[in-house]
Ligand binder design. Sequence first.
Ligand SMILES: [Zn+2]
Length: 375
Amino acid sequence: MDECVRAVQAVEDRLLGRLRELVEVESPSHDKAAVDRAGLLAAGWAEALDGSVKRHKQRQFGDVLELRFGPARSRQERVLLLGHLDTVWPLGTLAMMPWREAEGKIYGPGVLDMKSGVVMALEAIAAVKELGAERPVTLLLVSEEEIGSPISRPITEKLARQCGAAFVMEPAQGLAYKTARKGVGHYQLRVQGVAAHAGVDFGRGHSAVLEMARLLQAVAGFTDLSKGLTVNPGVVRGGTQSNVVAAECVAEIDVRIVKASDAARVERMFRGLKVTDKACTLAITGGINRPPMERKPGTVRLFKQARALAAEMGLVLEEASTGGGSDGNFTAAVGVPTLDGMGAVGAGAHAAHEHVVKQHLVERTALLAGMIASS
Ligand SMILES: [Zn+2]
């Protein structure tokens, strides 16, 4: 591992320079032109590494970039590195939250989630090439991960099936790699009632708000903490005035599951919801969007290998699981051993204090290079 560390140390300035460049190209998920500008930077860096660039062109979102490196054929299986170019931050955020270094931390929109991951992946591939340990690598950079990967999911799944392992460049959890993630679902309940004047015509009204309250009571009962299944009605909108019996009410509900087998159970429970007031109607949309990334033997094997490489570097690598989803959920669900959280160390993803801890950038990139070379 010493060579990996030395190879990355030698390019630390380039790594930091690229990270700053990429952070300073803002790339909110919904702005195609902006995300494409970030993609152009990454594609240029890939080409400088003799990578091939395939653009999966998109109309609504930024293009999805499939970057291929190393020999087309090898004894080693191809490995998939997964990243996303988009961030949750709207254009103009840089004015309030500029690139800033202080006390060993680097701040900026998307610096942790996950522009550092994109740059680390490219530098790890460069280090492997420098050391003559090349193998077939696909780096997939999607454009809309932060809004659930609506268009890139089939591309991710298809490319994952061509690979023996998937490494996800999402931020670390503490210092740990992630070996399990919950599955994520979203449901919307829409109740249509009958409006009436609350003083004059109360008896003729059928309240969508009251009906929703009853339904949410039932929905809350779907939570099963012993199974890690949670159901959260995070948003409710309904009614117009306190003196009007509400004609409409909408609830947005977040669902998390640990076991893939719970997806069908959740779906059955939601589809089984019934109104009590028969004059109200209920429409249910949504479903499980990301299957869970379960802690499978292939993933554990990859983690043990990473832990051994980290030990060679004098580091203690820990293992973590999280309730948050990533594109690693998709690669794991198609049966590809997936290690997640291989990106930067830091805190404040999606928050104003988002930052990476500078001292870990080189060692984490070297560890990734070691995993590419030897997994
Ligand atoms: Zn992310």
